[in-house]
Write a protein that binds this ligand. Structure first.
Ligand code: XMP
Length: 521
């Protein structure tokens, strides 16, 4: 729990749903601060000041078993409005003498039609005129007996108690997921809970946090030195700029050129940070050693490991050359923090460390400083914009730590990297030129390890296949492939084949995530 936030906040208790983070994002998008907590923290929490509402997330457990993660009853006595989603609804039901049953016939996955039964502030402007709305479900258990003191607000064919309300106690339960975009007007329902029921004030805006974050860095670091691995990605760029604003030249940045970035990207980032922002950046050209260590490696996980370990080794060696450094700055984001702990508070899930700095603090005896640890990626992006990070960096697509290595399937060679950089650059520039770049969450070109026969002019060719991928997404957890026009695809195919020697076939990846992932390896 962040004790520094004195604003109105909505507390989300995580029971392990895959989409809990989306609940927090939806609330923040409304201009109200939200935080995700787990059962262990809630049991210890004494001060509920500023908490205007509590949301129980969904989760994989079932209340039909003898033992299940339950909410401490004190939470229901706080007189703070509560919204239970999916498993959260079922928890509310069993705590107030309702019944929940597993029934094959009641289970619903995907879209369902929700129908209105009675009025409630929770559903203001939520239903269309026909008194029905499409919602997204993912449940096997269903509430089969209304809990004491509750009223039925809405239902579906399969489950008769899909929204329930106890107006006096301000407790609400819903079986579907308003946080996912597949639920029509899901944002409206969350808005109703936050403003009409919780009466929270709209006073969270990440741009207003910048001075607070800068002051926090100043007060922690004082006159000590901070070191930072700068890649040119959004997270490390925002971190470097923020810390530089706080402590000026006591920040030392190291850029390790792995040779695995996009065409000209490394030089550009170095130039901007060194000459435009006047930040102390040391450049290490390590591409040769990276290529050498990656030679003949085809296994994706092995590639990641080799890159990660080598990066650490080089960074560590360079960092030791700076004297009197006490802190290591890292671009850890809020989702990384949430993912690093389990919903029940046990230590079963491992910390997800960034590939490029994981393990460093322990070895180097440096203290960690993570100024973005309470923010989502899009908030870090906005914060970057408000402290002067140039748009080309702050609005760029995400780029994976291992870089082009996981976009060259199979063996990596300097020749293949060059071919891919050229193809990728043509693709991305066309997206920008045609004003499509910002409609897409992530786009890239990849090189497949197959050569096929083609014909160019009067000659037969035998060259590589380039795969292009472009997806829309909110957070990278799920993604849909982008629907390009045939004209655009024609243009891309032609430009890549005519412009890049070594490629004679271009294919477009039409899979979504799931079942595929965004990257190929
Ligand atoms: P996948 O391929 O898992 O990717 O659907 C989801 C998002 O994560 C990015 N990604 C990475 N980012 N280090 C990173 O910093 C990595 O090792 C890594 N692997 C995947 C990917 O680009 C996408 O945005």
């Amino acid at each position: 729990m962040n004790k520094n936030v004195k604003k109105d906040k909505i507390l989300i208790i995580d029971f392990g749903s895959q989409v809990t983070k989306l609940i927090a994002r939806r609330v923040r998008e409304l201009g109200v601060y939200s935080e995700i907590s787990n059962l262990k923290e809630i049991k210890l929490l004494k001060n509920f000041e500023n908490i205007k509402g509590i949301i129980f997330s969904g989760g994989p457990a079932t209340v039909t078993k003898k033992k299940f993660p339950n909410i401490p009853y004190k939470i229901f006595k706080l007189n703070i409005p509560i919204l239970g989603i999916c498993y959260g609804l079922q928890l509310i039901a069993v705590n107030f003498k309702g019944k929940v049953k597993f029934n094959k016939r009641n289970r619903e996955f995907g879209r369902s039609t929700l129908k209105k039964n009675s009025n409630s502030p929770l559903i203001k402007n939520f239903f269309s005129n026909k008194k029905s709305v499409s919602v997204w479900m993912s449940h096997q258990d269903a509430v089969t007996k209304l809990p004491l003191g509750f009223k039925k607000i809405a239902y579906t064919e399969e489950s008769s108690l899909t929204i329930i309300e106890n107006k006096k106690k301000k407790i609400y339960g819903i079986q579907f997921h308003p946080e996912v975009t597949h639920t029509d007007k899901g944002k409206q329902l969350i808005k109703n809970f936050v403003f009409l029921i919780c009466k929270a004030k709209k006073n969270w805006h990440v741009q207003n946090e910048k001075q607070k974050i800068i002051n926090q860095v100043k007060s922690v670091v004082k006159k000590d030195r901070v070191i930072c691995a700068l890649s040119g990605g959004i997270d490390s760029s925002v971190v470097a700029l923020l810390i530089h604003k706080a402590i000026k030249n006591n920040l030392k940045c190291i850029m390790v050129d792995t040779g695995l970035l996009r065409k000209n990207e490394f030089k550009y980032t170095y130039y901007i940070f060194k000459n435009y922002y006047k930040i102390n950046v040391k450049l290490i050209n390590a591409s040769k050693i990276f290529y050498k260590k990656l030679k003949n490696i085809t296994n994706p996980e092995k590639k990641r490991k080799v890159i990660g370990n080598l990066f650490i080794k080089i960074f560590e060696k360079e960092a030791r050359k700076f004297k009197n450094v006490r802190y290591l700055a890292q671009g850890t984001l809020y989702p990384d923090i949430i993912e690093s702990r389990s919903s029940t508070g046990s230590k079963t899930s491992k910390i997800k460390s960034h590939h490029n700095v994981g393990g460093l603090p322990k070895k180097m005896k440096l203290k960690l400083i993570e100024p973005l640890k309470d923010l989502f990626k899009d908030e870090a992006r906005k914060l970057g914009g408000s402290i002067g990070l140039i748009k080309k960096i702050s609005s760029q697509h995400p780029f994976p730590g291992p870089g082009l290595a996981i976009r060259i399937i199979g063996k990596i060679t300097p020749e293949k990297i060059k071919i891919l950089q050229e193809a990728d650059s043509i693709f991305i520039n066309e997206l920008i030129k045609n004003k499509i770049y910002h409609k897409i969450w992530q786009a890239y070109a990849a090189l497949l390890p197959i050569k096929t026969v083609g014909v160019m002019g009067d000659s037969r060719t035998y060259e590589y296949t380039c795969l292009i991928r472009a997806v829309t997404s909110e957070d990278g957890m799920t993604a849909d492939y982008f629907n390009f026009s045939k004209d655009f695809l024609d243009k891309i195919g032609n430009k890549i084949i005519n412009g890049v020697k070594g490629i004679n076939r271009v294919v477009y990846d039409i899979t979504s995530k799931p079942p595929s992932t965004i990257e190929l390896e």
